[in-house]
Structure formats: C-alpha cells, structure tokens
Design a protein around this ligand. Structure first.
Ligand SMILES: NC(=O)c1ccc[n+]([C@@H]2O[C@H](COP(=O)([O-])OP(=O)(O)OC[C@H]3O[C@@H](n4cnc5c(N)ncnc54)[C@H](O)[C@@H]3O)[C@@H](O)[C@H]2O)c1
Length: 272
C-alpha cells in the first residue's frame, strides 16, 4: 500500500450517500478500508441500510443515519452518534444536492416564469446543505488538527448552463465557498484541514434524466449538444469519480486545498 494514498481506518462521512453517486462512492471508500457513515433523508433509509449491509457483507464497516443537511440540530445528533461509534470524522463528502424542475427555465418559458420558491430551495440545498454540515462536522477535524472536506460542484459551477438557473447559482456559489473556506481553515486552524471540491461532468442519472432523455429513452437535443462538447463523446460513469475523491481525501493531496477537481471527459475546457 502506498502510504500517501492509505486511507484505511479513516472515518468518511457522506451526505446524500444514498443517491446515484453516493452508493458507488461509499462502497469505494469502504473497500479502501474507511469506516463509512451514510447520511441521507429518512425516506432513503431502506436504500441506506441495504448499502450498509452490502458493505458489511464485503468485510467493511459502515452505518446509516437519517439526517437533514439543512437542520443543524439533526446534524449535531448525527455527530454525537458518529463520535460514539467511531470517535472522529476524517473525511466529509458534502454530496447532498440536486436540482428541481420548477427552478429551471424551459425553452418555451422565460425569466418571468421562474419559480422563486423552487429556486430558493435549490439554492438552499446545494449551498447551505454543504455549509451547515461543515459547521457541524469540521469542529472535530479542528480538534484533531486534520481533516479533508470535499464539496460536490458541477459543470455549472464555472459558467451557467442554459435552463438551470437556480442550480447554476447554487453550484457557482458552492465553488466560491469552497475556495473561501480553504483559506479560512488553513489560516485559522492550520494546513491539516483541507477543503476541496469535485466537479463531475455529465452523467446520465435520475437527477437529470428528464433533461437528457426523451420519454422513449432516446437522447434529447440537449444531450447531443453536451456530447458534441465533450471530447470523450460520452457521458461519464459514477466510478470514474472515485480516483479523484480518493486523492483529495488522502495525504497524497496534502499540499492541495481550495481546488476543484474537474472530472468531465474534457467538457469544461473544450471549445470548437
Ligand atoms: N449525477 C450527476 O450527474 C451530477 C453531476 C454533477 C454534480 N452532481 C452533484 O453531486 C451530488 C450527488 O449527485 P447524485 O446524482 O448522487 O444526486 P441524487 O439526487 O441521486 O442524490 C442526492 C441525495 O441527496 C439526498 N438529499 C436531498 N435532500 C437532502 C437533505 N435535505 N438532507 C440530506 N440528504 C438529502 C437525497 O435523498 C439523495 O439520496 C449532488 O450535489 C449533485 O448536485 C451530480
């Protein structure tokens, strides 16, 4: 085992862990020897318990806790349960997030149709849904003098994508927060507390299925545009994210804070 990448025994907490990306990611971290804590809404408990039992059956260590990333006191209760079982938090993956249809502006609609309530909710979940868990869980990292926080940005963190108004605002603010917090943590608490993000490119998941596929399963015009602007010419798979996450979580990236690891098959840097 290369020591730089050795994350065995570390406690990795992931919010939104029962989502499309979460399952692949928590199983990977468990396979690498982390003790994994899956945090997700109560309604995802059945899926969470199934993932936990898969991890236990494979010889790993994991637990599921129901949460709400927008509720500080619920998160505080999660922290207490984690400390009781595992004693600390080493890695925090802030993945709870996502878009809502009414926060988009469809091609046949305009700014005047934008649903403000939905837009606020999307902003709140994707931005404050990362800030609040960080406030709760980073305290134990500060006491230990070490920890890696990884936020989940998106292609819309760098420049807006058509339609997705609220999501783009939220993910670009999350990129700014990631960069701001990285400096803040290092200056106030030392270089052991690192804050980075991953920006996945386009995956075909439930979150964006209605934007990327037609009811008959064929690709939408938007999908064709995305693929034409992706040098790889295809959508990414969830398991293509884990290498970058492992790097950011491990001591291999100990000089790295405030970065956004772009895993997108080249989309973000491709023009014509
Ligand atoms: N899938 C993609 O193509 C893609 C691309 C770029 C970025 N991302 C980002 O990566 C992250 C994970 O994406 P995903 O595709 O797995 O999303 P997903 O929708 O499949 O999963 C998100 C999870 O968050 C949970 N969640 C929602 N509200 C919550 C709350 N208040 N408290 C706790 N949990 C809550 C949901 O129950 C769900 O299990 C998101 O932040 C997303 O914006 C995804």
């Amino acid at each position: 085992m290369n020591e730089l990448f050795d994350i065995r025994g570390r406690v990795a907490v992931m919010t939104g862990a029962c989502g499309v990306l979460g399952e692949t990611i928590v199983k990977y971290f468990a396979k690498e020897g982390c003790k994994v804590v899956l945090l997700d809404l109560e309604r995802a408990a059945e899926k969470g318990e199934k993932i936990v039992s898969d991890i236990l059956a494979a010889g790993g260590d994991a637990m599921f806790l129901p949460t709400d990333v927008l509720n500080e006191s619920v998160l505080q209760g999660n922290l207490e349960a984690i400390l009781e079982r595992y004693g600390r938090v080493d890695i925090l993956l802030n993945a709870a997030g996502g878009n809502m249809g009414p926060a988009n502006v469809a091609p046949d609609k305009t700014i005047f149709d934008l649903d403000l309530d939905a837009t606020r909710k999307v902003l709140e979940l994707n931005l404050f849904g990362a800030i609040i868990p960080t406030k709760v869980f980073a305290r134990t990292m500060v006491s230990a003098g070490k920890g890696s926080i990884i936020n989940f940005c998106s292609m819309s963190s760098f420049r807006p994508l058509t339609r997705v108004a609220g999501y783009g605002m939220a993910k670009s603010a999350l990129a700014s927060w990631t960069q701001w917090l990285s400096g803040e943590m290092a200056v106030k608490f030392g270089e052991g507390i690192r804050v980075n993000a991953i920006a996945p490119g386009f995956l075909l998941t439930n979150q964006n299925r209605s934007l990327l596929t037609n009811p008959d399963g064929s690709l939408t015009d938007r999908s064709h545009k995305i693929l034409a602007h992706t040098p790889y010419g295809r959508f990414l798979e969830a398991d293509e994210l884990v290498g970058a996450l492992h790097y950011l979580a491990s001591d291999a990236s100990k000089g790295v804070t405030g970065t956004i690891a772009v895993v997108d098959g080249g989309f973000n840097c491709f023009s014509i």
